[in-house]
Design a protein around this ligand. Structure first.
Ligand code: NAD
Length: 479
């Protein structure tokens, strides 16, 4: 019998050997033209297009993710990422000249986008294909090698990812390691040039601490509570429809899902009517049970199911009123869309990321109290404001901080390919998507070329005479 220690030793040896091979390959990739990266991305695109059914079936068997949502939020978004990279890579990789100015007269300078090297991509279970392969697209576009650690909670999708990578890339270019935290812990011992982690803030801290030992750079795409504010000037019907869609997508298990809602007290009743209407009709036929519709996913596992049931029942015990839903079934990890009113601010539902189909609603009288509340919480990944008042929109833009924000819609800012995506502090560090993803996996190397025998800095070489002091004074005044 091989004991645990020996197994860890064997795993470490295996990982070190792979890391070494990827490091050697990374040196070669650094010298390649962008055309070869395009070839890799095209291979990836062709595989995804040829295997949409396989991806769809895998995420369905992992947590009954509806077919349409799998196509939309796993496959389509990855294809869109690849297409943008294919279209833009020539521009992204082109060195960017910077002006020399008078002080650097005679020199030329530019930013060279160098691949970081060997990268680690750790992903969560909630969009198991998209959040693994999206970062891989950026890593490949930027010319890196990568080791991927998909989530152990979606084993069917992880298996598809391993198969795809195995068919498309030699291990020294891209490799997949499946398993849980124990594998991540071993991987984190290695001196990666960049670590791209998507997951909870708690594990993000573990990743950052491990990265610090090797001074590996990190992108941390984390979670948190994304507030929704509905002003009295909002179009309530439009707001209700969009919020129901964003909240029930993936059964509320979306990092940018509307987490909790503050509504102006004067429009609460009218909004609740619209909300109930769309809850009844958007994902199912009126009168149909949410269990019967193929459009509604399940909670990923028993642990999360129990966590949500507990948060729901303690909120009700503490005074919240159940306005809609509240049906649960442990045999299927099923929780129906649930709306609660007057939810005390100290409850788990208002303190921790919900990550499920439960929407707490509270009212407000004026925006000062909402802004003050938001600023007293950890910084959100997203903030949603429904308002037609430009002054109010400006107040939230200037007076609150969040990774992303969206006015009069929810979730869609995630997929705007020309916007950076990511959190701030507790909700994340660094940005991803499109050009920002390319930059996350690139070292922006400063390159300055001087004329031989000349440098304007010579004017200030020692000895530091009075004349040189006068030149420096002039420079300090005018530059
Ligand atoms: P998680 O943090 O539990 O797991 C993420 C990854 O870390 C998995 O691969 C897991 O195996 C690994 N891991 C878990 N515990 C670990 C440990 N102790 N040591 C080392 N590695 C460990 O997250 P999750 O439950 O898979 O995903 C849900 C969370 O991810 C939510 O908080 C959500 O908001 C966040 N999320 C963020 C984004 C984003 O883009 N910002 C996207 C999706 C999900």
């Amino acid at each position: 019998m091989i004991d645990e220690k020996q197994q860890t030793k064997a795993l470490d040896a295996d990982l070190s050997e792979l890391f070494l091979r990827q490091s050697q390959k990374a040196l070669l990739l650094r010298q390649e033209s962008y055309g070869l990266r395009i070839e890799r991305l095209k291979k990836l695109k062709a595989w995804v297009l040829a295997n949409t059914t396989k991806i769809r079936d895998a995420v369905y068997s992992d947590f009954k993710k509806p077919e349409f949502e799998a196509d939309l939020s796993e496959t389509f978004v990855v294809l869109a990422d690849i297409n943008l990279a294919l279209k833009s890579l020539k521009k992204w990789t082109k060195p960017k000249s910077v002006p020399a100015g008078l002080t650097y007269f005679g020199s030329s300078a530019f930013v060279h986008y160098e691949p970081k090297g060997v990268c680690l991509i750790i992903s969560p279970w909630n969009y198991p294909f998209n959040l693994c392969i999206g970062p891989l697209v950026s890593a490949i576009a930027a010319g890196n090698t990568a080791i991927i650690k998909p989530s152990e909670l979606t084993p069917n999708t992880s298996q598809v990812i391993a198969q795809m990578v195995g068919e498309l890339f030699p291990q020294e270019e891209v490799a997949v390691y499946q398993g849980g935290p124990e594998i991540t812990q071993r991987l984190l011992q290695l001196p990666f040039n960049h670590i791209f982690f998507t997951g909870s803030s708690a594990v993000g801290k573990i990743v950052m601490e491990a990265a610090a030992k090797n001074l590996s750079s990190v992108t941390l795409e984390l979670g948190g509570k994304s507030p929704v504010i509905i002003d009295k000037t909002a179009n309530l019907k439009d707001a209700a429809e969009k919020i129901v869609w964003g909240k029930l997508l993936n059964c509320g298990q979306t990092c940018v899902s509307p987490d909790y809602l503050f509504i102006h007290e004067s429009v609460r009743e009218s909004f609740m009517e619209h909300l109930k209407y769309f809850l009844e009709t958007l994902f199912k036929q009126p009168g149909e049970n949410f269990k019967e519709t193929p459009n509604y996913a399940r909670i990923i596992n028993k642990k999360h199911y129990q966590r949500l049931c507990q948060a729901l029942s303690t909120a009700i015990e503490d005074g919240a009123s159940l306005v809609y839903g509240g049906d649960v079934d442990e045999t299927e990890n099923f929780i129906s869309p649930t709306v609660l009113d007057n939810v005390p601010l100290h409850t788990t539902l208002m303190k921790e990321e919900i990550f499920g189909p439960i929407l707490p609603v509270n009212t407000f009288k004026n925006h000062d109290e909402v802004i003050q509340y938001i600023n007293g919480q950890p910084k959100a990944l997203s903030l949603y404001l429904f308002s037609n008042d430009k002054r109010i929109q400006k107040r939230y833009r200037l007076e609150t901080s969040s990774g992303t924000a969206c006015v009069n819609d929810v979730v869609v800012q995630f997929q705007q390919p020309h916007l950076p995506f990511g959190g701030v502090n507790e909700s994340g560090i660094g940005k991803s998507h499109g050009h920002f993803g390319f930059l996350a996996f690139s070292n922006e190397k400063a390159w300055l070329k001087q004329r031989v025998g000349f440098t304007s800095a010579k004017l200030l070489y020692p000895p530091y005479s009075a004349a040189k002091k006068r030149i420096l004074n002039i420079l300090m005044k005018y530059f």
